[in-house]
Design a protein around this ligand. Structure first.
Ligand SMILES: Cc1ncc(COP(=O)(O)O)c(C=O)c1O
Length: 395
């Protein structure tokens, strides 16, 4: 029996791509993990989550463990709406849906928007897991470069104009991470934010805004595209993974009710009532503003340690963007294939993610790599960059 013959056409096409997660190297135990875009282990609020679980079960007994879950789930919606107001987004009834992480939100949006001939615009480079999701549904992409000021909207305009003149299809949506982008750490300027919204209106496409890192600014808060959107063109995706705990799998979509209804149609019971009720109980017990301030200070400090180590230990030919928030620094080593260098780095005891995985055309990423300052502690960051410096010098 040929098992593959039973698969749908979309999974047959998707299986031709690299396997999901191939970009994450398997790491020796004592390796310094500058590849992992995870929160710092000591910043995951284990004790407070334990207290939240205990108090939830004492208070509600079996309720949060049923399909329908607990009233706390509605509370979580309200808590996220309150946070959204802080970020300039006033959401009305029916405009918010909690999902199992931002990843589920992205997948559900892909399901309601993408047919197999649909064209999707992405940033280049972009968050590879989102790209993997889109590739499960379509093979048709245009990728628009990102520079230190975020997505190059002039380039986007040029490509859209050319496609229109030639009678080619236009994208149904643009996937963008405007604030502290993964992998480049860059933030789209206000002018470009306005421009991309104008283009969406002029060329009639939607914007899928991924704001997984937006709360983690060092100095300045950037207004999400959704807060500037007057036409309901933006489907906003948020997450508590980077500010509370990724294993809780709490994300959400904020969009016009028609989108939310369609997304909920597919979501059914595929999320986690218990995790949502626990998160609501946790958020009830803490001051999230205080926590966010603490995270911003801690990650800024870790980022500064990484940036000074880069200056001190890497050769002059290496360059990088300086982020203003988030988890990542994007590094260019001119003339070096970073995926080949990785084996040497792992032997030396430090990991990173080679740049090629963040590009549709992997050739474009050969000379780049992504470093994360979130997971490793400060002394490991310095040691890791010293090791990376040695490996670059030697190869
Ligand atoms: C840009 C971006 N979006 C979404 C996610 C995933 O978020 P979640 O854990 O909520 O699925 C990540 C995690 O690395 C990310 O970098």
């Amino acid at each position: 029996m040929k098992i593959e013959s039973f698969f749908s056409e979309s999974i047959k096409a998707a299986l031709k791509n690299d396997p999901p997660g191939e970009w994450m190297p398997s790491l020796p135990d004592d390796c310094i993990r500058l590849s992992s875009g995870y929160p710092a282990p000591h910043l995951v609020p284990v004790l407070q989550l334990e207290e939240a679980v205990v108090s939830l079960l004492k208070e509600e007994q079996d309720l949060p463990l049923h399909y329908l879950g607990s009233p706390k789930m509605a509370k979580l919606t309200e808590q996220i709406k309150e946070r959204s107001v802080e970020r300039g987004m006033r959401l009305s009834e029916g405009e918010l849906l909690i999902t199992s992480g931002a990843c589920q939100a992205i997948d559900l949006i892909a399901r309601i928007l993408i047919d197999d001939q649909t064209l999707v615009a992405i940033e280049s480079p972009t968050y590879m897991e989102a790209l993997e999701v889109f590739q499960n549904y379509t093979e048709h992409f245009i990728s628009i470069p990102v520079d230190e000021y975020g997505l190059q909207t002039e380039q986007l305009e040029k490509v859209l104009g050319e496609r229109k003149r030639k009678g080619l299809s236009l994208p149904r949506f643009l996937y963008t991470i405007p604030t502290f982008q993964n992998p480049t750490g860059t933030t789209m300027t206000k002018e470009r934010r306005k421009h991309v919204l104008e283009l969406a209106s002029k060329y009639n496409f939607l914007i899928l805004e991924d704001d997984a890192y937006g709360e983690l600014y060092f100095d300045e808060h950037s207004m999400p595209l959704k807060a500037m959107d007057k036409e309901s063109r933006v489907l906003y995706v948020g997450s508590l993974s980077k500010v509370v705990a990724p294993g809780m799998r709490i994300g959400w979509v904020a969009a016009a009710p028609e989108f939310i209804n369609a997304i909920a149609w597919f979501k059914k019971d595929l999320d986690h009532p218990f995790a949502q009720a626990t998160m609501a109980s946790y958020l009830d017990r803490i001051d999230l503003k205080d926590r966010l301030n603490m995270l911003r200070d801690t990650y800024q400090e870790k980022c500064n340690v990484l940036l000074s180590a880069l200056k001190q230990y890497l050769p002059k030919s290496v360059s990088w963007y300086v982020p203003n928030g988030g988890y990542f620094v994007w590094v260019k080593i001119a003339g070096v294939d970073t995926s080949q260098l990785l084996d040497h780095a792992l032997k030396e005891g430090v990991s990173y993610v080679p740049g090629k995985y963040f590009f549709l055309d992997q050739q474009e990423g050969t000379e780049y790599l992504r470093l994360s300052f979130s997971f490793a502690d400060e002394s490991e960051i310095v040691e890791g960059i010293q090791k990376l410096g040695k490996v670059i010098e030697r190869n």
